[in-house]
Design a protein around this ligand. Sequence first.
Ligand SMILES: Nc1nc2c(ncn2[C@@H]2O[C@H](COP(=O)(O)OP(=O)(O)OP(=O)(O)O)[C@@H](O)[C@H]2O)c(=O)[nH]1
Length: 363
Amino acid sequence: MPEQKIPATVITGFLGAGKTTLIRYLLQNAGGRKIALIINEFGDLGVDGGILTGCGIETCREDDVVELNNGCICCTVADDFIPTMTKLLERDRRPDHIIIETSGLALPQPLVAAFNWPEVKTRVTVDGVITVIDAAAVAAGRFADDEAKVAAQRAADTSLDHDNPLEELFEDQIRAADLIVLNKADLIDRDTLEKVRQETAAATARTVKTITAENGRLPADVLLGLAAGTETRIAERKSHHEQEHEAGEAHDHDEFESFVAAAGPIADPARFVAGLKALIGEHDILRLKGFADVPGKAMRLVVQAVGQRIETYFDRPWAAGETRQTRLVVIGLHDGLDAAARVAIEARIAGLASGSDSVEAAE
Ligand SMILES: Nc1nc2c(ncn2[C@@H]2O[C@H](COP(=O)(O)OP(=O)(O)OP(=O)(O)O)[C@@H](O)[C@H]2O)c(=O)[nH]1
């Protein structure tokens, strides 16, 4: 049986935006996922590894945290990142998910490109790039809470081979994002937050979704794609249709909504994916993830989408006695996924699966 690919999430954003805080919360609420962390930081400026390893979180063992402190990760990809990933993948204890926290100076694109290196490509899939933004700093006309510290980090990194102005770096980090987190929402009022949201959206041409957070407190299901633990839950969960006349599930995070959309076999996977892309663009869908039944294929098709990034691959044969089915978990903001939207989305997914609805992807 082929080894299932391990999803990797890149978490980027300026120094002090709240990346470590978000990761810490994520580890504490990982839903049983075994997470390995790669943290990129420098000398005495870096304390994140210590914060995370010393945190006493059960799911995060000391040797699951790897620190890369030879310079900015995007400038040391070949020397540092690839060997580290390879070592991580050769461990006996395979992680369910890999999280990479970049330094505040990192350009995410070279890092994402590194996932195409042969050593990594066959074993890891990019789950998504999450860009954390200090909304309060941006509202105040800055990119980071402490721009002097960012400058100090830059000065301390002798291997840094890009010297973009802060504004350009900020735009690059936003452009690379599959999901943007406007963090530190507690420090500004709603109107200001909305202004920051618009400003951020203007910096990206794509239909990237933006969510807000206080102290990075966001559910793992929103931040991360499928993992071993979620797999069984999808099969067990009732579809939206089955749930329609029942009380909704209890939520820890009221601002988010999720449901399972069930559909029939996929007539044409490429058109299905193109249609899903369009659907995500049209609705407030943050994530779509699950499995699909492709007739004629012995293997199950994994579908993972965050923003406009959609990954599909066959991960394992359907087991004997297992029902071949298409089930996608749809996650979005509560306000955007009301009952009518859920009915419409489920119907569209069913139509896309059967080929009766052949929406082309929005460019
Ligand atoms: N008020 C407020 N403070 C926050 C929030 N998120 C993080 N902080 C604080 O902001 C500071 C920086 O947070 P970190 O999580 O270390 O930020 P980071 O992006 O990991 O920073 P580096 O790793 O240094 O690049 C810490 O003092 C956090 O406690 C938030 O949502 N609201």
